[in-house]
Ligand binder design. Sequence first.
Ligand SMILES: *[C@@H]1O[C@H](CO)[C@@H](O)[C@H](O)[C@H]1NC(C)=O
Length: 259
Amino acid sequence: MNRNWLTGLVVLLGVVMQMEAKPPAKKPAELPSFLKVCYRDSPDLNTCARESYEALRPRLMDGIPELYIPSMEPLIVPQVKMDQDSGAIYLHSVYRNVKVTGISKHTVNELRLEPSKLKFIVSLTFPKLHMESDYSIKGKIMMMPLLGDGHCKVDLVNITMRTELIGQEYKKNGANYLKINNVKVKYELSDVHIHLDNLFNGDKALGDRMNEFLNENWKALAEEVRPLMTKALVDILRASVDKLFSSFSYDDLLPKGKN
Ligand SMILES: *[C@@H]1O[C@H](CO)[C@@H](O)[C@H](O)[C@H]1NC(C)=O
């Protein structure tokens, strides 16, 4: 049986949401046989991890229900909520039926497993992510009221995202499992294009001005919403990662032995 923990990295794409991807109901969970094995003590662990990831990649984009991984291309997220009340931004917003495309086009910058520290790092670059959703926003940004309810489109250009997971071992039913205690996410991006339909109850002049303002000031705004975005990403990652690591033992995900 091929087993590999690499699946865990998959969720680090940063976008696996609390999806309804249900694995077949059987216990104990077995890792799918198409996963390439990597051994925790191997000197080539990181090379193996990368190969395993690349081999998994095509499947990954279609989703792997056995591993709680939804389709990534496109990724559909039922709902994202963002509320912020700090700095120059007061914002209450909900995004429904979020569809993200472009995830499959990523490159892997770094993929580093440090079993001795129970630490796992992955850095990915996405040349362009396109998002569309229904939105509802009420708030104030940089002294200007922002109000709208409609459809929105956002392009994020050249995003690099680095995720670090730090876990802790525990025993369950006689096997070693990992609990991820710490999820860190950092990201950088080069450009943002945003369009919100139907701002200010459909007042086109006001709406156009606001869209212009948002696009001209994306950099400052992106910094303002960074804590919010980071928290959203961390929450999302944590949910997915917790599911994965509580379903499969650490010994299955990253087996010992066989150097
Ligand atoms: C993409 O972003 C990185 C920083 O994260 C930067 O070094 C690189 O020059 C950017 N590339 C392009 C094409 O903008």
